[in-house]
Design a protein around this ligand. Structure first.
Ligand code: F7E
Length: 336
């Protein structure tokens, strides 16, 4: 069989970088869509994929430009397309609904429309999200749970999800959506709460900060490890039939619990450092999410492996290492 070709949008992000590594290990020829500005500043904008720059073919295009995506798809003719690129920070989507809709709705539409024109046999993955459930009316959430998004980010993803399903039903595209609950790692962006906490603790230990300001500590999330979640994406595209799958651990924790476990790991009392700032609350909060990944388990054979404590420990260790600080208690806690 000839070498399979995959195209990834959002390849420079957390998930894109793990997916790149997974696909390279599986022998794929991997192509990535990046913005021109990223190509001009690889050290900063492509830091997560720097070790693999000579193994991946990058194409300059924008999710805001149909012709640019059309050109890349026509040129690459991928067998699989993973659409991970998006404005993915929920908080920011309240500041700028318009750019969130442009990138997330139009970007997905342009990609699907171009795919239908020039590579209709290409299998397509859409990065759906638990934010589509929002104010969920059942616990846990599965593929049949009603959507009630609470931000323009969530709304944009519901639209992308519907577009993906409609391209499957109307045009026979092998298009699947993963409804991924929160997934973290040492590569998580600093603006998301988990990384904000672990990097904040490292800064406190390094003497670079004296406090950590957070928003709503009572919000609950189902947090898994991103490296495992990209495996689920790949598995979805290997199925004979396209479908939608919830990917989650089935365990939820509050932001407060994340804080407690993280500070405990390094032997600090979180009460002495954490300030809850109401100005960081969201205009509409998603208070609690908990996923039921039974379908993924039954059909894909996928299941999460990393525990919550291991995830916190891995992120903390990486952030402490990056700042050159020895964290009391980390190694014993992690290897227990
Ligand atoms: O917030 C609360 C915040 O920004 C988690 C994205 O990848 O996962 C992510 O969305 C919770 C929220 O992630 C702070 O109010 C408290 O309740 O880490 P986050 P998110 O909004 O859940 C889903 C699945 C996606 O699809 C998204 O793209 O933590 N929180 N204090 C805070 N959040 C942040 N960012 N910063 C705080 O200081």
């Amino acid at each position: 069989m000839s070498q399979r070709k995959a195209l990834i949008t959002g390849i420079t992000g957390q998930d894109g970088s793990y997916l790149l590594e997974l696909l390279l290990a599986k022998g794929y020829q991997v192509h990535g869509v990046v913005r021109r500005v990223a190509l001009e500043d690889p050290e900063h904008r492509m830091s997560r994929i720097l070790p693999h720059l000579n193994e991946v073919q990058l194409h300059s295009a924008s999710l805001e430009s149909y012709p640019s995506l059309h050109n890349v798809l026509a040129r690459v003719q991928p067998d699989e397309c993973y659409h991970l690129g998006a404005q993915s920070f929920v908080s920011y989507s309240f500041d700028d609904e318009f750019s969130t809709f442009n990138a997330n709705i139009n970007g997905t539409h342009y990609l699907l429309a171009a795919l239908k024109e020039v590579a209709p046999r290409c299998r397509f993955y859409f990065a759906g999200t638990s934010e589509m459930f929002g104010l969920a009316d059942e616990v846990p959430q599965n593929e049949r749970t009603r959507f009630h998004p609470r931000s323009s980010y969530g709304i944009s993803k519901v639209c992308g999800f519907d577009l993906t399903r409609n391209y499957r039903e109307a045009y026979g595209i092998h298009a699947s959506s993963g409804v991924l609950f929160n997934h973290e790692s040492p590569r998580r962006g600093f603006e998301f709460v988990t990384r904000k906490i672990t990097s904040g603790i490292a800064r406190i230990l390094a003497g670079q900060a004296t406090e950590l300001r957070l928003g709503n500590l009572e919000a609950r999330r189902d947090w898994g490890h991103a490296r495992e979640y990209v495996e689920a994406m790949w598995l979805m595209l290997q199925q004979p039939e396209p479908n939608d799958y919830v990917i989650a651990t089935g365990e939820s924790h509050s932001v407060r619990e994340f804080v407690e476990v993280a500070f405990d790991h390094v032997g600090l009392d979180w009460n002495a450092y954490v300030r809850e700032s109401p100005e960081l609350y969201r205009p509409a909060e998603v208070n609690s999410l908990l996923g039921d990944a039974s379908r993924a388990r039954a059909t894909l054979g996928w299941r999460p492996k990393t525990t919550f404590e291991q995830l916190v420990g891995e992120m903390l260790e990486a952030d402490c290492r990056a700042l050159g600080v020895a964290a009391p208690g980390i190694s014993s806690a992690h290897h227990r």
